[in-house]
Design a protein around this ligand. Structure first.
Ligand code: SAH
Length: 220
């Protein structure tokens, strides 16, 4: 991809991105590293061209096949909550979708495994990561509800589709002290939850109301 496309012009320019970062600060995002990565990541290449001019609005947008790219505020919030426990070597993301959340996490961790049940999203995300020269991402086409036992344990897990309850298979793939951030619940009644793995089980903290697409089983 030519540099001009990555840098953006007009509604995708640096100035537009700066405005998004100001807004995230106003909304309470305080992790400087996260804010800088959001400022420097071209969200417009993660959406269809027709929506590129809206890429720096603080809103979720459709990415096709009934799915959405998460709102920048939510991406920032989930990332800073994950990082609040200290540095992370390996992270699992369930629900690659557009790949935007993966791209924001990539510079902050040693290695990120991201799984997605819809195959075309994997191909699209892979080519975006190549364009951005993000080399510590491993993509897998599978049902993420069961996690990725062959690469466990993880220091952190981020889930970007909502299961109805906490998936125990995922909790078991965290190191003790490891953190998982995920939306829980059904359509209009979802909350963002932080789960911290303990020796005996896990602690959970309910953070705020959110709206995510549901976590589904199987692959397509
Ligand atoms: N982080 C993404 C969010 C995409 S929406 C982004 O910002 O673009 C959530 C994604 O989770 C969808 O792509 C959906 O297909 C995927 N998903 C839902 N259930 C899943 C499951 N069980 N395993 C893997 N991916 C799943």
């Amino acid at each position: 991809m030519v540099n001009k496309e990555l840098l953006g012009v007009g509604m995708t320019s640096r100035r537009t991105r700066n405005r998004l970062v100001e807004r995230l600060i106003d909304e309470g995002i305080s992790n400087r590293k996260v804010l800088e990565i959001i400022r420097n990541t071209p969200r417009h290449i993660f959406v269809e061209e027709a929506l590129a001019s809206r890429a720096y609005e603080d809103t979720a947008l459709p990415i096709g096949l009934g799915q959405t790219i998460s709102q920048p505020y939510i991406v920032a919030r989930m990332t800073e909550i994950l990082l609040a426990g200290g540095s992370l070597d390996t992270v699992l993301e369930v629900g690659t979708g557009s790949g935007y959340q993966t791209a924001i996490l990539s510079p902050l961790v040693k290695r990120i495994y991201s799984v997605e049940r819809i195959e075309p999203f994997i191909k699209q995300a892979r080519s975006r990561f190549q364009d951005l020269q993000l080399r510590n991402i491993r993509l897998n086409h599978c049902d993420g509800g069961m996690g990725l036992p062959q690469y466990a344990p993880f220091d952190g897990i981020v889930v970007t589709a909502a299961p109805e309850g906490i998936p125990l298979a995922l909790v078991e793939q965290l190191v003790v002290g490891g953190r998982m951030v995920l939306p829980i619940g059904v359509r209009d009644e979802q909350a963002l939850v932080l789960v911290v793995r303990t020796e005996k089980g896990y602690d959970k903290e309910i953070l705020e109301r959110v709206m995510f697409v549901p976590m589904l089983g199987g692959v397509s």
